[in-house]
Design a protein around this ligand. Structure first.
Ligand code: S3P
Length: 432
């Protein structure tokens, strides 16, 4: 339950980047040598990936506070898991692991929670089967996934029909152990953490515009890497502070990979005041501190070329739009319908229940900003919709109850404490 709040102030650091945390485990586990990771996200999603590799015989130690040591012995040391691998809520965990295991010819069964078990997987099994993999899905094209042994995979050239870093990564990771070269062509820019981090492990990945290629048979060499703060977690605070005049908030150590910064561009187009300071590079990724001064936001038509660069930030951006003067139009964002929930539907239903003027469309929404009244919003078990509805308490006249919030721990353990210290009035209850 959240009482209305007025502004966000102070300084905070969000937990480590989820996308990079998954990859740091996958790559460290199959590398040769000892990989030290700091800033690892100790959230449920990335911990499931860590446990998956422990179940495959890799020694991995957690030192607390985001420190992880992986004792990699190369690919051949991995042993097929005895039991199905449970990946919780995580599409990244499942899709990337499938590509990696299929390429390495390690038989396994991958499963997840109710949300993950309802998500589309043919987007990866189709290209993987073209490479020679045998990965079965349920009849509906959803998990559980059954990775069966085949002969060695062959590299392919694949054009990704949707903007998806998970599909791109699954194919490239299968290509890492396939014969020949594997190339993925994309139609829009998506996050490039796989390409960057593989290079950090000594793998040659050739990127040419919207195409990425990898030669099979390359070995990963252990490295040390620092995972920066997750811009997708920072996004809730960027939105919360940007839309409330009087806010003055510093977010330190935020990952600023240019394939992830769409949320800053979109908020800036809406009139937000976000200063990027202390820019540096850590572990091959740009990092910065972000100073946010509250303002009255204006509605815009979100440029479609920014959609894939802010895909996880739309639940929060819908709240920014609900506060903005005039109309905000989101188009070209149909991928939001196949995330942890149908995020267009869940945000439209929830914001409407709080008094917002929002019309959902097949690929986005039309939102006319106004003060909210308060009420009950159902996150439907989606971490990002839950945290977005929490931020709506900054533009609401009445209290807001957010239902089904447990999954906030998948990406942002400690959210309530951090948000409370910055100015939200959150009371957690066990009612959901
Ligand atoms: C991710 C890619 C995106 C994003 C997800 C993390 C990744 O998914 O939504 O939260 O780590 O590669 P899609 O590739 O399905 O767009």
């Amino acid at each position: 339950m959240l009482e209305p709040a007025t502004e966000l102030t102070g300084s905070l650091k969000v937990p480590g980047d989820k996308s990079m945390s998954h990859r740091s485990i996958m790559f460290g586990a199959i590398a040769q040598g000892v990989t030290e990771v700091s800033g690892f996200l100790e959230g449920e999603d990335s911990l499931h990936t860590l446990e998956a590799f422990q179940a495959m015989g890799v020694r991995i130690e957690r030192g607390g506070d985001g420190a992880v040591t992986l004792y990699g012995q190369g690919v051949s040391a991995l042993i097929p898991p005895n039991d199905p691998i449970y990946l919780g809520n995580s599409g990244t965990g499942m899709r990337l692991l499938t590509g990696l295991l299929a390429g390495m010819n390690i038989p396994a069964v991958l499963t997840g929670d109710v949300s993950l078990n309802g998500r589309p997987m043919r987007r990866i099994t189709d290209p993987l089967s073209r490479m020679g993999a045998d990965v079965g899905t349920a009849e509906s094209g959803t998990p559980p996934l059954h990775i069966r042994q085949t002969k060695q995979l062959c590299g392919i050239e694949y054009t990704c029909p949707m903007a998806s870093a998970q599909v791109k990564s699954a194919v490239l990771l299968a290509g890492l152990h396939a014969n020949g070269v594997t190339t993925v062509h994309e139609t829009a820019v998506t996050r490039d953490h796989t390409e960057r981090m593989l290079r950090g492990f000594g793998v040659e990945v050739v990127v040419d515009g919207l195409s990425a290629s990898i030669r099979g048979g390359q070995q990963l060499n252990a490295t040390s890497l620092t995972v920066p703060g997750d811009i997708s977690s920072a996004a809730f605070f960027l939105v919360g502070a940007s839309m409330t005049p009087g806010s003055n908030l510093l977010l330190t150590g935020v990952g600023m990979n240019p394939t992830r910064t769409g949320v800053i561009d979109i908020l800036t187009l809406m009139g937000a005041n976000i200063q990027i300071t202390n820019q540096r590079v850590t572990g091959g990724e740009p990092v910065a501190d972000l100073q946010v001064i509250g303002a009255q936001l204006q509605g815009i038509h979100v440029p479609e070329k920014l959609v894939s660069l802010a895909i996880d930030e739309f639940p929060a951006l819908f709240v920014a739009a609900a506060s903005a003067q005039g109309e905000t139009i989101v188009t070209g964002a149909e991928e939001l319908r196949v995330k942890e929930t149908d995020r267009i539907q869940v945000m439209a239903d929830g914001l409407r229940a709080l008094g917002a003027n929002i019309t959902d469309t097949p690929d986005g929404a039309h939102i006319i900003g106004k003060r909210l009244l308060g009420g009950t919003a159902d996150s439907c078990g989606d971490h990002r919709t839950a945290m977005s509805f929490a931020m709506a308490s900054l533009i609401s006249d009445g209290p807001i109850t957010v239902l089904d919030c447990d999954n906030v721990n998948t990406s942002f353990p400690g959210f309530s404490q951090i948000a409370g210290a910055a100015g939200l009035h959150i009371v957690e209850t066990n009612a959901g």
